[in-house]
Structures are given as C-alpha cells and as structure tokens.
Design a protein around this ligand. Sequence first.
Ligand code: ATP
Ligand code: MG
Length: 578
Amino acid sequence: MRVSQMLNPTLREVPAEAEVVSHQLMLRAGFIRKVAGGIYTYLPLGWRVIKKIEQIVREEMDAKGGQELMMPIVQPAEIWKETGRWDLYGPEMFRLKDRHDREFCLGPTHEELITDLVRSEVRSYKQLPLLLYQIQNKYRDERRPRFGLMRGREFIMKDLYSFDRDAESCKISYQKMFDAYERVFTRCGLTFRAVEADPGAIGGSGGSHEFMVLAESGEAVVVFCSECNYAANVEKAECLPRPVQGEGEIKIQTESDNKVYTPECRTIEQVADFLGVKKSSLIKSLMYKGDNQFYLLLVRGDREINEVKINNALGPFINLRMATAEEVEELLGCPPGFVGPVSIPSNIVIAADLEVAEMKDAVCGANEKDYHLVNVRCSRDFVPQKVADLRMVTTDDPCPRCGGKMKQARGIEVGQVFNLGTKYSEALGATYLDEKGKEQLCYMGCYGIGVSRTMAAAIEQNHDENGIIWPMAIAPYHCIIVPVSIKDEQIASVAQQLYQEFQDAGVETVFDDRDERPGVKFKDADLIGYPLRVTIGSKALAQGKVELFQRKNGQVELVDVDKVCSKVKSIIDTSLNK
Ligand code: ATP
Ligand code: MG
C-alpha cells in the first residue's frame, strides 16, 4: 500500500475528548473516527488490526472444533420473553419496533437465538457436543460509553456457544475454550490473567472466568493471591468473616437508651472521630431500592458495599440503586447520614454482611437527625432477613483459598467464559434424545471475546511517548519503507524495487511515497506503530545499504540492500513463531 493513496488521517495534537492512551492513539494514528457516543468507524488501518485479531480468534476456535455461523443482529422480542431477559436486560438493550409494531432488539448477546436454533435442529446425542460461534457487532446501550473502543455501544465480539449432553462433557468444552482463550491472547502479544468472575446478566451456575489484560487504565479491579493461584474480580472475590473485636471493648457509656447526640456527623469518619471509636466499630447502613423494594444494607464502617453480591443475594434486579435523600427522609424521617437498622419499618428488608452479624457494641444511626445509637448488636437489637457476604474484598483480606496475602491490580476484561448449566436449555426447552431414547436437557456454555476491546487493550499495553508499538501478530502492516526523499531518483528507485520485492515475498508492506520531510514520515511511522521500518537514505545507499529500525526496542542496523528483504522476513517469521 502506498501512503499517498491511503486514507490515514494522522493528528499531531492529542484529542481533548480522549482520556485513555488507546483512545488517544487510535484517533491520532488515524485508526478510528467517532460517529456517535460509543459508535465508531474503523478506518482502513484500524480495520486491518481488527481483521488480524478476528483471524487469530477464528483459527483458535476452529482448532477446538468450533463451527462458524452467522446469526442476525436484529432479534425478535418473543424469544427474549421466553427466558425473561426482555425485562431483565433493562435499559442496556437497544429496542426497536417494525412497521407492524412488533418488538425487536439489537443483539447484546445471542444465548436465546442460538438455543432456539439448537432446540429445533438437534435431536440426538449423536449430534453433541456442538461448538458454534460467530464474530459480529454487538449492541449495548451502556450507561457510560467511554474510552473509545474499550466501552462502546456498538462493538465487535466473538461469541461461541457450547452444547453438551451432560455436566461432565460441558466441563470439557469449557476447558477447551479456556485453553483457546489463553492461546488467543498470548498470540495477540498480551500480558493477561484469567480470574474467577461473576456471571452477571448472562447467568448460569457452573462458574465463570474473565480474561484480564493487566493495565492501569483497566476498569476492572482484580485480586490475586501471592501464595497460591487464586485470582478473582473484586466483584466476585469471596470475603471470609474476620475476627471481631471483643465484647465490651469499646462500650460507650450513655445516660439511657444508648442514644448519643452526634450533631452534624453524617459520614462514617465524622461519627468515628466524634465518638472516638474506630470506623470498624460502626455499622454503615445504606438504603437501596431494588426494583420496587427498599433494602437497608449493612456493612462494617470501614467496608464498601459490593453491588454485584447484593444483586446475587437479593435479586436479580432490573434496577438496583441507592435510595435518594428524599426517599430516605420519607421512609425514616431523617437524612441518610443517620440511618440505622434498629426499629425500622418492617416493609424495609434488612440485609447484613457476615461481619456485621458478628459485631458487638456497634454504633449505628438512630433514624433521627443528629443522633446515633451505641452498644448495638445484631440479632438482639435488630434482625436481618438476610446475612451474607455483601462487601468488597480488600488487600487486607486473606486469600479465601489458602489464607495467603492478596494483591490488587487493574485489568481490562477482554474475554469471559461461562458454564451456563441448563439455564437456557431449560427456559427454552433445548433437549436431545439419549441412547435410550430419553429426553435430556442440553448443558451449555458461552464464551465471549471483545475483539474491538482487545485492540484497545493491546495499545494500552504496547505504546511509548511516540505512539503505538504493535505486537507483530496484530500490526496493520509489518513493515514500512521510507525513502528520505522521493525526489532523489536513486533513492526513489531503490525504494520502489524493495517495495516490490517485499510484496513478492509476502511481507505486508507500506510504502511512504509522500513528498514529505523524513521527520514527518518517521513521526507518522512511530505513531502508527509499524513493527519494522526500512529507511533509504543517500549516505548508507552509497555503501549499498539501508537502515532497518525495530519499533519494539529502537534497534537500528545497516543491512545490505539485497539482504534486507530476507532479514525482514526472518524477523517477522520469528515473532510469529513460524
Ligand atoms: P463489562 O463488564 O466490561 O461491561 P461484560 O461482562 O458485560 O463486560 P460480556 O457479556 O462478558 O461483557 O461480553 C464478552 C466480552 O465482550 C467482554 O469480555 C468484553 O471484552 C467485550 N465487551 C463487553 N461489553 C463491551 C463494550 N461495551 N465495548 C467493547 N467491548 C465489550
Ligand atoms: Mg463479561
């Protein structure tokens, strides 16, 4: 490809709207352009990267026996109503009506559609297991589309669905996909980690893992044990109950009824300071609304509530949110800072974290402005309807497997695998006949890779102040040929010859044939991140040589004109493990 012909608008300035490096560099290098919030056009170079990632994914899916098919993006509402997810998916689902007023959605995922296909087409155990996949656009009307391709509203996903005859065989399919994912992300040149995950809206009972590319800009937080191989998304990470403070340790003396005046103490810090107790002696009481029900959620004062665990313990909810100050005022007659679980109306459900159930002599809001209660104890002074692990893990928590020290890191979720069990086959009646002619439910798994997000994640991990440093396997082109001047006939003619030779040798090459200063060409080449650059200048050429530059390590060497093609080819083959 000739640069003069290429639609590759590069930008010198960092675009103001882009917060993360991958978004900035994709705009600057001319890979994407925004159409609407979370919706982008892939320009030719960006699209080549996407195609490369897709191809790696395709090869690894096929290697495990995956069969590629293509389902529609537009899906009828009926099938989603059969599983109950038409309502459960909530505002994230793009919905539309046809001219006859029939309801449809743009597919955010395809469990319903694929299960519908299999229930009508698969009859016998002989047809199982089946691994079916597609690579296509998905649509999710995200609350906060941001970071460019990282969180889009239209994005590219590979989704594979496995159908097996029993739980054991389903586990094998799950493991196959787990292994395939490790190969995909390794081949894409990424540093990643598989972590235990919550299945979220996809659901299923058999377990789930996310594949996290470790990067500071990641939206996810993972914890991992420094002693065993336990690793989990913080949303999912289990918290073991911790030792509690001894009874009477911080008993606070009051004149009567354990009520203390705490003027204007609205936050945990303010109350703890005022009373001279640790934050861990307080009960943090948060009013939530899950669909139409109010919940008072209790965690220790120094802990954070985990909404995913709340949803699992008390939901699933279509809508889970904190109650507003007005709602709290109306329910309890006090501002949110003074809420507590003692003597609240019985229509509010109390759910307490495991630690709260163990607390002695705790402090909590008195449901009266400027007052708190002290010496409060769970079960005696209030009775939660639910006691469960409801809080966010911290690095002070011991590993739930071995008790070891845990560490924390940020990650970008590039893929997730789910063992669904019979959730969808049961809801939709996807069965097969076993050897004895008996009808059995299919066991399912589903497995997603965010292709477009993987492109962003690769840039987050591979860049420097000059631009992108593509791993060879997903670079838009492997090599760029840069004549320092195209007006110099000798330089131009050698460049032209090399371009031809590289193409004939199957090297993916770009030829910078623009009449630009070398500095401009080098800056663009670095920004776009071609792994290799061959520069043709008169000084080296006088000795029959050209300069070979490697973007990855900045290494520069002079190579004979007639050897540079084979040298370039061997560097490429080595990095692609050919
Ligand atoms: P997230 O938690 O980041 O919203 P998810 O868990 O809802 O993602 P899955 O249903 O597991 O997403 O989808 C499979 C993969 O698709 C994810 O691992 C991710 O790589 C990708 N993906 C999901 N949502 C988006 C999005 N809005 N933009 C780009 N990629 C996405
Ligand atoms: Mg996910």
